[in-house]
Design a protein around this ligand. Sequence first.
Ligand code: KIV
Ligand code: NA
Length: 266
Amino acid sequence: QSKIRRNTVPQIAARKGGDPIVSLTSYHAHTAAIVDKYADFILVGDSLGMVMHGMESTVGVPLELMIMHGKAVVRGTQKALIVVDMPFGTYEESPAVAFRNAARIMKETGCGAVKLEGGARMAETIRFLTERGVPVMAHIGLTPQSSHVMGGFKTQGRDEDSWPLHEADAKAVAEAGAFAIVLEGMVEPLAAKITKQIDIPTIGIGASAECDGQILVLEDMLGLNEWTPKFVKVYGNLGPAIEQAVSDYAEEVKNRTFPGPEQVYK
Ligand code: KIV
Ligand code: NA
């Protein structure tokens, strides 16, 4: 029996201004076990709706799906803190609704924290959850669950007049007790400025190398998605490798060279 203890929320929070925090998303046990060797925390992101289930946005992701994938990632890992996204419609209405659904996620998956989108408007809820035992990671900037209001996926902070709003959002969630905050899709100098202004770690995606940590969607950085945005660096091109394997298999099935002598029971 392994006695490896998982990274805790206070350990992640204490990394503010220190060694950069390494994070990736994962949605299933097998990839999570690989990521677990290198990541400080793993996010079971609601991006799984698009990446794993072919949805057009994250808006349609049900709570049950987050719980199912959250369980798989907790089972597949030992070391990383597991953070599970609260999907659209499960937390915005009131702090009480948010607590009920966050508690379900924590009890049913065994994860260590939840993440939700929104700045100042979610501060009351973040405080409510944190005071009742639910650690919260906040998420501001480009918030995909609000894409219908924003009119798509738009990089934030291009107009410097909007910076004070984003800065106020970051301060509000930090003061409310969020232990870390994702800064997604915002111009680099704004992300760097916010990182200096607040005392909780910022986790960048399409943000800045000055953030206290970085996160990417695993399938994006593995080259498994047809389209990759500018902020993604493709570290491994698995798409073509998988296609080659599948086409080799198809060929060998058709010409009866698979199964070969080594794969049959004599
Ligand atoms: O759902 C997700 O994968 C996320 C990350 C991109 C931060 O929220
Ligand atoms: Na998300």
